[in-house]
Design a protein around this ligand. Structure first.
Ligand SMILES: C[C@](O)(CO)[C@H](O)COP(=O)(O)OP(=O)(O)OC[C@H]1O[C@@H](n2ccc(N)nc2=O)[C@H](O)[C@@H]1O
Ligand SMILES: Nc1ncnc2c1ncn2[C@@H]1O[C@H](COP(=O)(O)OP(=O)(O)OP(=O)(O)O)[C@@H](O)[C@H]1O
Length: 288
């Protein structure tokens, strides 16, 4: 095999996100449910004759050397050399970028996770799922989840994962048009860091029209970025609307695709908005 084309990198939504504490290194302890959705980027990998790792698509604002795709590929290439003594062949990586950056939908993390899974296959590297998750974690807290490959209840900094059953539904997602820097939200003096711990059964047994729990990062993000507050308020007229991750995207669950279309038809033109269906499993891990 010399190429892997059309590899999906789906987005995630954080159905709730509680900040329950802070580690001595400054990272925050979270509890969240990650929901995979059928909207995302697509990556294409082609082996080269040398050992260079290249992104062949321009991504405005993200230089090649800092792209999580390239950094993930470098990590795995070095790991393979450590294990086998030889450097695997280089790769050209193309990306169809759909997901908003700094959107809270995990785009960069998902691209990196798909890269690790694809190159593990193309290079016949033979790393197990947990080994790939461990390799990805230092690059981004959400990367282990995408490799885990199914909707999950997460603790720790997002790396302690358990599969969880989530509703079959559609989501309307609004991009408020701002990029929210994750570190600034976690670093805010206004962030509450003491939400009492819940357990997976509390989430699973929750039924009701409003979502379970809340997103503790939302209060800080809406203060710093008024367009996020405006999107929460607008979408809130159609259901329980909340922010995903550290923002900026805002989502609401609806029962059917027709319901999603009805809301999308009314979204003010100043915002990008889209619909997505909940997924139980990652479409790429299912293919591997
Ligand atoms: C908030 C979430 O979107 C939930 O899914 C993610 O945990 C954020 O993941 P991410 O965007 O990949 O963020 P990372 O690149 O890992 O971290 C960016 C910065 O956010 C802060 N950070 C992140 C995750 C975490 N559990 N505690 C933190 O304090 C740290 O200052 C870190 O340097
Ligand atoms: N392949 C990539 N795609 C998107 N962003 C990338 C990529 N590589 C590096 N980045 C950098 O990472 C930052 C965060 O990107 P990302 O799209 O993952 O944010 P996010 O959706 O807020 O993630 P999260 O939900 O994990 O907080 C971007 O602002 C960008 O500078």
């Amino acid at each position: 095999m010399t190429e892997l084309k059309n590899c999906p990198a789906p987005a995630k939504l954080n159905l709730f996100l509680h900040v329950t504490g802070r580690r001595p290194d400054g990272y925050h302890l979270l509890q969240t449910v990650f929901q995979l959705i059928d909207h995302g980027d697509t990556l294409h990998f082609t082996l080269r004759d040398d050992t260079a790792l290249r992104r062949v698509t321009d991504l405005p604002g993200v230089p090649e050397e800092s792209d999580l795709i390239i950094r993930a590929a470098q990590l795995l290439q070095a790991e393979v050399r450590r294990r086998t003594g030889s450097l695997p062949r280089g790769v050209d990586i193309a990306i169809d970028k759909v997901l908003p950056m700094g959107g809270g939908v995990g785009g960069g993390s998902s691209d990196a996770a798909t890269t690790l899974m694809a190159l593990n296959q193309l290079w016949n590297a033979g790393l197990g799922k947990q080994e790939l998750m461990d390799l990805g974690l230092p690059l981004g807290a959400d990367i282990p989840f995408f490799i885990f490959g199914e909707s999950a209840f997460a603790e720790g900094v997002g790396e302690a994962l358990q599969p969880v059953c989530t509703p079959d539904c559609w989501y309307v997602v609004i991009e408020p048009g701002v990029m929210v820097p994750t570190a600034a939200i976690f670093g805010s003096e206004h962030l509450t860091r003491n939400t009492p711990a819940v357990n997976i059964a509390d989430f699973s047994s929750h039924s009701g029209t409003a979502g379970f729990g809340k997103n503790d990062l939302q209060q800080v993000a809406t203060k710093l970025f008024p367009p996020v507050a405006e999107a929460v308020e607008w979408l809130g007229a159609y259901g329980d609307a909340r922010m995903t991750g550290s923002g900026a995207c805002v989502f609401s669950a609806v029962a059917t695709e027709a319901d999603a279309d009805a809301v999308l038809a009314k979204v003010p033109a100043k915002w990008q908005a889209w619909k997505a269906r909940s997924l139980h499993h990652h479409p790429f891990t299912a293919k591997l």
